[in-house]
Design a protein around this ligand. Structure first.
Ligand code: UP5
Ligand code: MG
Length: 190
């Protein structure tokens, strides 16, 4: 990423913690552009790209797609968009994602929104989502939880050590969760 100066907030948390739901609220109230790494990867599968089959297999298995693929999609989305503030949802998912994104784009997050939710509640949400996602079956959900614990939590710990994590209790109803989210964005945008 070359000249464009952008503000980025990483939105992290386990599968089904409510990242997408809350990002939609932030877009509506604060004018950010929402970039879900998972949505970009799913769009890439649909577009019939050469990487499509590889991405599809990895998502079905709950694995983390190689960072060059995800970073390219995020970078393109940022460059093509006229906005200068972005919510990056569901990325970085491991230490390598984090380091590569920083190296390639030079972007450091303003802060990291962390949706903390019990696994029991996340599982319940994913199993009742019914939007035809190929990874919303109990077998893949268990794999996603494992990858989250092993690879993604360390990224949150890294940012926590830098004082950048804003932790939200995401087990509560969505309206209450947004109350807490709103309080974090309001001082930045008024
Ligand atoms: N819901 C939301 N909030 C609620 C609340 N407070 N109370 C009750 N219900 C609530 O919400 C999930 C469901 O819960 C919805 O039905 C919602 O209405 C309800 P949602 O907002 O969709 O949660 P979210 O955290 O976005 O869940 P998602 O399933 O999208 O999270 P994942 O992190 O698992 O999925 P993502 O799309 O980011 O990634 C999918 C896969 O892509 C990964 O497993 C991986 O294989 C791959 N991937 C990469 O390889 N690299 C990346 O960088 C990103 C993804
Ligand atoms: Mg999501």
């Amino acid at each position: 990423l070359t000249n464009k100066k952008v503000t980025v907030v990483f939105v992290l948390g386990g599968p089904g913690s409510g990242k997408g739901t809350q990002c939609a609220n932030v877009v509506e109230h604060f004018g950010y552009t929402h970039l879900s790494a998972g949505d970009l990867l799913r769009a890439e599968i649909k577009s019939g790209s050469e990487n499509g089959t590889m991405i599809q297999n990895m998502i079905k298995d709950g694995k983390i797609v190689p960072s060059e693929v995800t970073i390219k999609l995020l970078q393109r989305a940022i460059e093509e968009n006229g906005n200068d503030k972005f919510l990056i949802d569901g990325f970085p998912r491991n230490e390598e994602n984090r380091a590569a994104f920083e190296l390639v784009t030079g972007i450091e997050p303003e802060f990291v929104l962390f949706f903390d939710c019990s696994e029991e509640e996340m599982e319940r949400r994913l199993l009742s989502r019914n939007q035809g996602r190929e990874d919303d079956n109990i077998e893949t959900i268990r794999k996603r939880f494992k990858v989250y614990m092993e690879s993604s939590l360390p990224v949150i710990e890294y940012y926590n050590s830098k004082g950048k994590v804003r932790k939200i209790d995401a087990t509560k109803p969505a309206v209450e969760v947004f109350g807490a989210v709103k309080a974090l964005f309001t001082p930045l945008n008024s």
